[in-house]
Structures are given as C-alpha cells and as structure tokens.
Write a protein that binds this ligand. Structure first.
Ligand SMILES: *[C@@H]1O[C@H](CO)[C@@H](O)[C@H](O)[C@H]1NC(C)=O
Length: 253
C-alpha cells in the first residue's frame, strides 16, 4: 500500500518535472510552390515578392514513430531501435494525433530572436497563403504549433530547418534525375522516391495534391530528421501518399 502511494508520488513528480516533449523524430516538410499554387484554391505571393522556383519549407514537425495501428510500427522499430520506440510506445498526442502540437501557447515567436535568419527565411520559407502575405505570420504559426514542442530554442529551431534544407537541394536532386518542372511531363512515383533516396541517402515520404484539372502532382516531401533536428534518418513511418496516379506532374512555377 505504502509502496504504491510512493510510486504514484514519484511518478507525478517525474511527470511535472519533465518539461521535455517526448517525440521520436521530426518531419522536415518542403512544398513545391507550383503545386501549392496550381490548385483550385490558388496562392498569393508574400510581400517580399515571387519566391524562387524551388522547394520551400512548410515546417519542421515533431512526430511520434508509434502511432496507432499497423505496419509503420515495425518499420519504426527497425529504424530507431526497439528500445527507443518502446520508450515512447503509447504516446499519442493531445486530441489523439500522431504528433504533439501547441505545447506552449505563451511562447510566441520573436522576430528579434531570429533576426539574423530573416533573409534566409524569406528565401527558403516563404508563405504562399493568401491570408496575410507576411511570411513572419507563417513562421509564427509553425513555431506555435510545432516549434514549441521541439525542445529547441526559437533560433535553433529555424536554423536547423534551414541547415538541413541547404544540405540537400531537392530541386537540384530531382533535376539530376531528369525530374524537372514542366506543364506537360509526368513522372512515376517510384522515380521521384528513388531520386530523393539516392540524392539524400535517406528515404522520404511524399504527398501529392491535385491541380485544377484533377491531375496528381508532387506537392510535399517529408524528410525525416533525428530528435535533435540535425541529421536525416530513413523515415520510420510510411504515410498514405494520395499519389494515387503514377503519372505525377511537377508543374512550372
Ligand atoms: C538548388 O538547385 C536549383 C536547381 O539546380 C538551383 O537553381 C538553385 O539555385 C539551388 N538552390 C540553392 C539554394 O543552391
């Protein structure tokens, strides 16, 4: 009896004192601007002007490796090691999601904290949303939703996302495999997947969307990154791709 009370006390103390968010890996999500814009919904350019025709960062998202059902979990154990995954087993985020989010609403992004990164962020992490046209609002939202769960300070969070993007130029990697933006050419899903695996050394997950005519197009690439936000890893989870067609487009931007 007394032992169990002691245990309950010990565990509540641990729960309170462990501020660190538990998650298994990050997704660095990059979007192809042509596929963002080429939908029924369309896009707007930020106040800094039309972004380059290159992949742009959407976000750096903490994620659980073990999330609900099935197949992905075996893959996760193989990639991360059984112990790591077991440690986080059963971790399901607030609202039943596969990732933690909005971990500290009181921690708003400060422009001052990232002032030396703003030029690079404008180039590599531009907003295409028509809501505000101000990329700072995009970064602030990403920080609030995902960054506050990253166990990283604001500057590190953005600097690490930029560093990984810079280390692997997805636009160049795809071009090297003959996958270039075009309004007519189509590419197979496996050729895109293989090009990224070969060019970066690690598997990534892919997401497609549809253009206004309903054609499938490559929309976002999800690269997997270790818990420190420093090194790519093979993606421990597969995702439903929605790339149902094998005739993917990479539309001009
Ligand atoms: C990435 O590659 C593309 C295509 O080769 C090139 O135009 C672009 O300048 C590169 N971006 C960076 C930041 O080096």
């Amino acid at each position: 009896m007394e032992t169990s009370i002691a245990f309950v006390l010990l565990f509540s103390l641990l729960a309170v004192s462990s501020v660190a968010e538990k998650f298994d890996f990050f997704y660095l999500v990059q979007q192809w601007p042509g596929s963002f814009c080429d939908t029924r919904q369309g896009c707007c350019f930020p106040d800094t002007g039309k972004p380059a025709a290159e992949f742009g960062i959407h976000g750096l998202w903490p994620n659980y490796a073990k999330c609900g059902r099935g197949r992905g979990e075996e893959l996760a154990s193989a990639v991360l090691g059984e112990d790591d995954v077991a440690f986080f087993s059963g971790a399901v985020g607030r609202r039943g999601k596969c990732w933690p989010e909005f971990c500290d609403d009181g921690n708003a992004l400060s422009l001052w904290e990232v002032r030396d990164l703003v030029a690079s962020l404008n180039r590599n992490w531009p907003t295409l949303s028509c809501k505000s046209g101000r990329s700072f609002e995009f970064w602030s939202y990403e920080w609030k939703k995902h960054g506050t769960c990253s166990n990283l300070a604001q500057h590190d969070y953005f600097a690490r996302a930029l560093a990984i993007k810079a280390a692997y130029n997805l636009t160049a990697i795809l071009a090297g495999a003959g996958i270039v933006p075009s309004d007519t050419a189509t590419y197979s899903l496996s050729s895109v997947r293989d090009a990224i695996a070969q060019g970066t050394g690690f598997t990534a997950n892919l997401e497609c969307n549809r253009d206004a005519d309903g054609n499938a197009q490559l929309f976002q690439v999800y690269q997997c990154v270790d818990r420190q936000g420093k090194k790519l890893i093979d993606c421990p989870l597969s995702m439903p791709t929605k790339c149902s067609s094998d005739q993917l487009k990479l539309p001009l931007f």
